[in-house]
Design a protein. Structure first.
Length: 188
């Protein structure tokens, strides 16, 4: 098996994940988020959403560099076969799904906040890697840079919007539901 030095994506994603985990645990930002978003599922949605958009931007930037021959970025090639980043995304999503089936980091027991954050980061990362090549699995051919490749961008926008709405819309929807129950705020 001949392997190019194309594995730049994995260290970049690992370093980004580590940096985000550090920021969530050891900085004022993490304390601020835990204070402002007390609900653990909403915090996980926020973390997944940020991870999703950062991964998407990173991957698009790397693909731009690959197409324009900017080192050190290259396609991952194994035995003459281009390994698309959606393969890594699917593997990560399988890992996260298995972890959540085993109740790792889902808050159902005393699992750590670190495990919860890690699983959320990995979910956003895996979803972005997979959906960035949605057009590939829809058309069963590489259409990343042609008109049909637009469906990948559409999938990213739709799923990213779902994550963002789930994160930021939850308080709005719950406040709206409370308002319908007769607890109307004073208009003055």
């Amino acid at each position: 098996m001949r392997l190019h030095i194309d594995w730049v994506l994995l260290p970049i994603l690992a370093a980004t994940t580590a940096a985000l985990l550090f920021a969530l645990r050891r900085t004022r930002l993490g304390a601020f988020l835990r204070e402002r978003i007390a609900d653990r599922p909403r915090r996980r949605l926020l973390i997944a959403s940020v991870s999703f958009f950062l991964t998407f931007a990173t991957v698009r930037g790397m693909v731009f560099c690959i197409v324009h021959h900017i080192p050190p970025f290259h396609y991952v090639i194994m035995e003459g076969r281009h390994i698309h980043h959606l393969v890594f995304g699917i593997l990560i999503l399988l890992l996260v799904g298995y972890g959540w089936l085993c109740e790792v980091g889902n808050g159902s027991d005393s699992s750590s906040i670190l495990a919860s954050s890690l699983m959320s980061l990995l979910y956003g990362l895996g979803a972005a890697l997979t959906l960035d090549e949605f057009a590939l699995w829809l058309n069963l051919k590489d259409v990343y840079f042609v008109r049909e490749g637009r469906s990948s961008f559409d999938a990213i926008i739709l799923f990213g919007s779902l994550l963002a709405i789930s994160t930021w819309g939850a308080p709005l929807f719950s406040a709206s539901a409370k308002g319908k129950s007769g607890d109307r705020p004073n208009p003055i």
